[in-house]
Design a protein around this ligand. Sequence first.
Ligand SMILES: NC(=O)c1ccc[n+]([C@@H]2O[C@H](COP(=O)([O-])OP(=O)(O)OC[C@H]3O[C@@H](n4cnc5c(N)ncnc54)[C@H](OP(=O)(O)O)[C@@H]3O)[C@@H](O)[C@H]2O)c1
Length: 266
Amino acid sequence: MGAPALPWGSPAAIHSGLCIFEGKVPAGNILASAPSDRNLGAFQESGCRTTHCNLEVLQDSTLVFLATKPHVLPGVLQEIRPAVCPHHIIVSLAAGVTLQTLQRLLPAGTKVLRLMPNLPCVVQAGAMVFSRGDGAGEQEAALLKSLLSSCGLCEEVPESYINIHTGLSGSGVAYVYLFAEALAEGAVKMGMPGPLASRIAAQTLLGAAKMMLETGEHPAKLRGDVCTPGGTTIHALHQLEKGALRATVMSAVEAATNRACDMGKD
Ligand SMILES: NC(=O)c1ccc[n+]([C@@H]2O[C@H](COP(=O)([O-])OP(=O)(O)OC[C@H]3O[C@@H](n4cnc5c(N)ncnc54)[C@H](OP(=O)(O)O)[C@@H]3O)[C@@H](O)[C@H]2O)c1
């Protein structure tokens, strides 16, 4: 917090569950809107302004995040459409709502971007991808990337990667939790208390992930480094291969990606 006001005007949100802009934008520059106070309390506690009027957000702000449930979004776009001007940058988080749909429901030439976050954004360790619509340029992409970098990794990708990101990372968080749970349960089976096993499982995932990011090494190389010939790890990895862990996880990513594609067609 304490960042200077941004030259492009006040960012705003028509509801956002993300801890976005931390350290980059004064909370008072953010205006969040939703029909009820259910989610707005968290914004108020962070020092953001709130309203129940979506049009007020458009009047107040330049950068507008749309984070309603996907089925609600067309109605919101219809409501705000008359107030959308060329200076607005509209960012949709709604899963499955394509740039083509967003562009169809907004005035021609609107600067629109589609963003896909994941849950760890709330602890500033998210993995996000976004794609630009026809009206959005390098400047809008750079702005979004710069602001969202405070929530984690943020990459611009072709729109066709967004559903893959859902399969890899949006849903992937749940696969990792399942793996963490299984790791800890293995330790409990061998006699370690559950809470300690859970903490160590989480730290193991965190450390392994950090090494992958910081060294830039392929995971197969890092895995090989842990395998002493005839040692404990290679015996354990043999069990995981017998259980087809690798093929199962690949199928999980494929299933979630295909489901995301199907949901976009509903
Ligand atoms: N959560 C994630 O990790 C994640 C990841 C990727 C994408 N997304 C996308 O993010 C979006 C939000 O998901 P969520 O889990 O955060 O849902 P959520 O907690 O239910 O939030 C949706 C918000 O939209 C508000 N809303 C409903 N109707 C509205 C309207 N007409 N105008 C303005 N605001 C309205 C709701 O207000 P009330 O509080 O009054 O009900 C609520 O605060 C979804 O499109 C989802 O696909 C989420």
